[in-house]
Design a protein around this ligand. Structure first.
Ligand code: GAP
Length: 511
């Protein structure tokens, strides 16, 4: 997928009411976006797929909805006030600011692309006999590229973890990394920037500085005991939450990929100490399955182990997706140890322990976290679904091949003409189907144009009501992906549509 495709995704998202720049009539606000009438439906359906897969399908996971504002000390305890920062570097000529680690990771990506090219070339040469695993293990060019990637990883890790940021700058200079805008290698030193937004909260005894949460997870940690006690939860158990988070991303780019205000879907899984690796492996596998269950080509996903661990984690992996601009993180799975709960114990003086009947002891549970950005997932689906399809008659159609259960509308109800009682019959069908599905009604323009508009917003079914419908209670059903049309009874519509669009069917793929 190309940069060109990415541009098409952004303009399609705007043109068809999925995503608008925030406050656009005031020329927008950098890295802040609004979801339009179709975007909000797609976003809601992704959130529902996540929530049901986590909460409804796991008897030991429950949900909460904590506030965005929290006691300011939470962020001191969690380490965000002191440690939640990105290493930034400025190019003196373009005056553009970059995340130093991202510049280096983008550089490493070139070696991965080289490897991929070697594999593709060899595949062509050897045909069906090609053994990819053996080729990757033995090819000297791939070995050299991987060694280079590993060496850069080690040096980046050393610079970041030791806090000796001059080492990161030296690495950038040695690798000859140039500013993507100016092409210049004239860099400032690398410095850390805190990502949290703060504001003031008035109280009777004056004002205090509070923060907009940079992750939803802390709302779960501070409610851990409330939920455990009132829900009589036994380990292992999870608490899930979806909601807004805020980060002062200095380098906010790539549309809704990196925003200043975004939504997270997070789950903290509390386990007995010593069990964290088992559950880390479980969630790593289960979460990837959640993604590929949507029908996306599995080759578009990969795991990426963290070089720089967040301050709370002892093991972390990203699930990355092959966006039009390369593989990037969509979701993180972190083994957070007992760091957060222990910190909250220390800062509040309150015990956050769990009494384990089987072990006959109390301890602070360990935590494995799954954390996915809803907006990034939205971008995955839009980039994957948007297609310019060449038709047999030489024309092209713009198609959004979204998973049917997540599409903004499940069906469109289209009377062939605006007269002869067709709209009345169409409205009657709409009224009954609306109880189960989000239906789109439209009677303007030719039927061909209306089909194309529905293809472009991803509606899986178009139902056309024509003159024959008035006499024999039948309609035409058109399938989005194949454009196949079938004559069916009005009474069959509900079952035909629900078979294809059901969330139940999607969730069954996870069981
Ligand atoms: N509680 C752990 C945590 O917040 P993270 O890796 O910083 O971990 C988790 O964030 C996910 O949130 C990311 O995988 C990404 O999908 C999403 N995310 C993070 N920053 C974002 C941003 N600025 N804009 C959009 N999504 C973001």
């Amino acid at each position: 997928m190309s940069e060109e495709h990415f541009k098409n995704v952004i303009s399609h998202a705007k043109e068809y009411g999925f995503v608008f720049p925030s406050s656009e009539i005031y020329d927008g606000l950098a890295a802040v976006y609004d979801y339009g009438q179709n975007g909000v439906e797609l976003k809601k359906n992704i959130r529902e797929y996540w929530w049901k897969s986590m909460v409804q399908l796991h008897e030991n996971i429950v949900g909460i909805d904590a506030s965005i504002f929290m006691a300011p000390k939470v962020w001191k305890a969690s380490g965000h006030i002191d440690g939640f920062s990105d290493p930034m570097i400025d190019n003196k000529d373009s005056k553009k600011r970059y995340r130093a680690d991202v510049l280096i990771e983008d550089y490493q990506e070139k070696y991965r692309i080289k490897n991929q090219k070697e594999i593709t070339k060899a595949k062509k040469r050897f045909g069906d006999d090609f053994d990819e695993a053996q080729f990757v293990a033995t090819n000297p060019n791939i070995a050299r590229n991987n060694a280079k990637i590993d060496e850069i990883d080690a040096r980046l890790k050393d610079g970041l973890e030791s806090g000796e940021l001059h080492k990161v700058k030296e690495l950038i200079e040695e690798l000859g990394i140039a500013c993507p805008v100016s092409g210049s290698k004239n860099w400032t030193d690398v410095r850390q920037f805190n990502l949290m937004y703060s504001t003031q909260m008035s109280a009777t005894d004056g004002e205090s500085q509070i923060y907009l949460r940079p992750e939803t997870a802390q709302g779960i940690f501070v409610n851990y005991l409330n939920v455990q006690k009132t829900g009589r939860m036994r380990l292992p158990f999870g608490i899930a939450q979806t909601g807004k988070a805020f980060r002062n991303e200095i380098v906010a780019r790539q549309f809704i990929m990196r925003m200043k205000e975004f939504e997270q879907m997070e789950m903290q899984f509390f386990v007995a100490p010593g069990e964290e690796q088992k559950w880390y492996d479980y969630w790593k596998e289960h979460r990837l399955k959640w993604h590929t269950n949507l029908g996306t080509n599995p080759a578009k996903y990969r795991y990426h182990d963290h070089v720089k661990m967040a301050h709370y984690a002892n093991n972390a992996v990203d699930i990355e997706y092959d966006f039009p601009f390369g593989f990037k993180e969509v979701e993180g799975i972190h083994s957070r140890t007992d760091f957060d709960l222990k910190q909250h114990e220390e800062f509040t003086g309150k015990k956050l322990q769990y009494f384990d009947n089987e072990r006959n002891e109390s301890y602070v549970p360990y935590v494995v976290e799954t954390s996915i950005g809803l907006d990034r997932m939205f971008l995955v689906l839009m980039s994957n679904a948007l297609e310019e399809e060449k038709l047999e008659d030489g024309q092209t159609r713009t198609l959004l091949r979204l998973p049917a259960a997540l599409a903004p509308y499940q069906c469109a109800i289209l009377p062939l003409t605006k007269k002869d009682g067709l709209p009345e019959m169409a409205r009657k069908i709409m009224k009954s189907l609306s109880l189960d599905f989000n239906c789109y009604y439209e009677e303007k323009d030719s039927i061909g144009k209306r089909y194309r508009r529905q293809d472009a917003i991803g509606t899986p079914f178009c139902i056309t009501i024509d003159h024959d419908s008035l006499t024999n209670e039948s309609v035409t059903v058109r399938y989005r992906d194949t454009m196949e049309q079938k004559r069916v009874k009005v009474s069959e519509l509900e079952s035909i549509i629900s078979q294809e669009v059901s969330m139940k069917k999607l969730l069954q793929g996870l069981m």
